[in-house]
Design a protein around this ligand. Structure first.
Ligand code: SF4
Length: 227
């Protein structure tokens, strides 16, 4: 049940027990008018839209669309590519071997999965695990951009070849952009590196990923004034 539905339920309850005036405080009024309150409801609506979306042909292939998981208040986001068949089955990003590797990658920079909100660039799995088509990425792009708008991350770690197709124009080569810091808005930085699935199949990229993660950590310390 979302927050608005819960409030409605309480209002009906107050009405049923004969209360005509609801006791309130300035703090409650401020909270109801606050951006966080609006964002939470916006996020609930957005989540429903994603879970029921049929905007592109991938809805016929998926078991379920995947919203994401993790801490929406942390100001850190991980954006993965598109769900694989296990993620599609369990309805969450990063399961099995790729989850273990992601955890180890984050441990190496003194962070945990729980420090992030984690989602996919494209919310539904593709036939046979092929990369999503341009039209599918375009159809799904507004969902990711809205998640970013509501969650307001300061720093994003983007994994794999799909996220650059959302954020960067002219289709640059991955090798030319990985490990560099891009701004997707004045106050949102993003670093691209290889996806754990790719690392498992191509161990030679481990060193590059290590370098990219060190840059991510440095930026994290600068932005959050920690070490
Ligand atoms: Fe909708 Fe995105 Fe799934 Fe396509 S991939 S059906 S646009 S949620």
């Amino acid at each position: 049940m979302n927050l608005l539905e819960e409030i409605k339920k309480y209002l009906i309850y107050f009405n049923e027990i004969g209360l005509e005036v609801i006791p309130t405080t300035n703090n409650l009024i401020k909270f109801l008018q606050s951006e966080n309150f609006l964002s939470e409801n916006g996020l609930d609506n957005l989540k429903n839209s994603i879970l029921t979306c049929e905007k592109c042909p991938l809805h016929r292939v998926r078991k379920q669309a995947i919203w994401g998981e993790g801490n929406i208040n942390s100001q850190l986001m991980i954006i993965s590519e598109y769900p694989n068949k296990d993620e599609d089955f369990y309805g969450r990003p990063f399961v099995g071997q790729i989850e273990d590797l992601l955890k180890r990658m984050l441990q190496a920079i003194k962070l945990k999965k729980e420090d992030f909100f984690i989602t996919h660039a494209v919310k539904c799995k593709t036939p046979g695990g092929r990369p999503p088509e341009k039209e599918e990425i375009e159809a799904c792009k507004p969902y990711l951009l809205k998640q970013i708008k509501y969650i307001k991350p300061k720093l994003i770690l983007a994994l794999g070849f799909t996220p650059p197709k959302i954020f960067l124009e002219n289709n640059p080569t991955f090798s030319s952009i990985r490990g560099k810091v891009f701004k997707i808005k004045r106050n949102i930085s993003i670093i691209f590196t290889y996806h754990p699935n790719y690392i498992l199949k191509n161990p030679a990229v481990k060193r590059m990923v290590w370098e990219d993660l060190q840059k991510f950590r440095k930026l994290y310390e600068e932005l959050f004034k920690t070490s």
